[in-house]
Write a protein that binds this ligand. Structure first.
Ligand SMILES: Cc1cc2nc3c(=O)[nH]c(=O)nc-3n(C[C@H](O)[C@H](O)[C@H](O)COP(=O)(O)O)c2cc1C
Length: 186
């Protein structure tokens, strides 16, 4: 039997459906007395040490100003338990509501930044803006993770991965090929 599937032309604007693996995160921010949360799928690891993460934060989002001006945020990792809240946060504006209050989430003080952690999330990564050189052109922020908090269990949290069009894929089966990796590649 052939290993090759038949393929059709595919709209390039929809390639994101295959290359946007997630996991979906919630980005919390603060400016003065104001705090906010947005849902984010467009992020990428850029370096291990320092721990650099690149993200697209649209200029139309209320979070954009809070994060650009404070130079800080927290990247929080929700699990499937928070699916409807993740969608709600991504479809409302911090200009209209306090999303912590509205969605019943707990804001906990962070260690290295003023933006709050979201207690209900599996992990919280405190970030400082490391480079805003691509913000004006692409809304692309480069953050350094300066402190990380991760729940001890479950070891493999069930995370959400956005496919676009309101559909999520859920992380699942874990497989290991550790033995085939070159030393130092882990
Ligand atoms: C699943 C999902 C993923 C999203 N990913 C991003 C993203 O990567 N970057 C972005 O700028 N907006 C993204 N959004 C949209 C923002 O979360 C949305 O505009 C939100 O209302 C912004 O909140 P704010 O205006 O309070 O900052 C996403 C929304 C959803 C539902």
């Amino acid at each position: 039997m052939s290993q090759r599937a038949a393929k059709l032309d595919f709209p390039v604007s929809q390639v994101r459906r295959y290359l946007e693996p997630g996991p979906i995160v919630l980005v919390s921010s603060a400016r003065g007395n104001e705090r906010n949360i947005m849902t984010m799928g467009w992020h990428t690891v850029m370096e291990f040490t320092p721990s650099l993460i690149g993200c697209v934060i649209s200029g139309g989002n209320h979070s954009f100003g809070l994060i650009r001006e404070s130079g800080e945020c927290v990247i929080n990792l929700p699990t499937t338990k928070l699916t409807d809240i993740v969608v709600g946060i991504g479809n409302t504006s911090g200009a209209d509501i306090d999303k912590f209050e509205h969605f019943g989430l707990t804001a906990e003080p962070a260690t290295r930044v003023k933006a709050p952690l979201i207690a209900e999330c599996h992990a919280n990564f405190e970030c400082k803006l490391a480079d805003d050189g691509l913000v004006d052109k692409y809304n692309f922020f480069i953050f350094e993770v300066v402190k990380a908090h991760v729940a001890t269990s479950p070891k493999h949290p069930q995370t959400l991965h956005y496919e676009g069009d309101g559909v999520f894929m859920v992380s699942g089966k874990i497989i290991s090929r550790r033995k085939l990796f070159r030393p130092g590649m882990l």
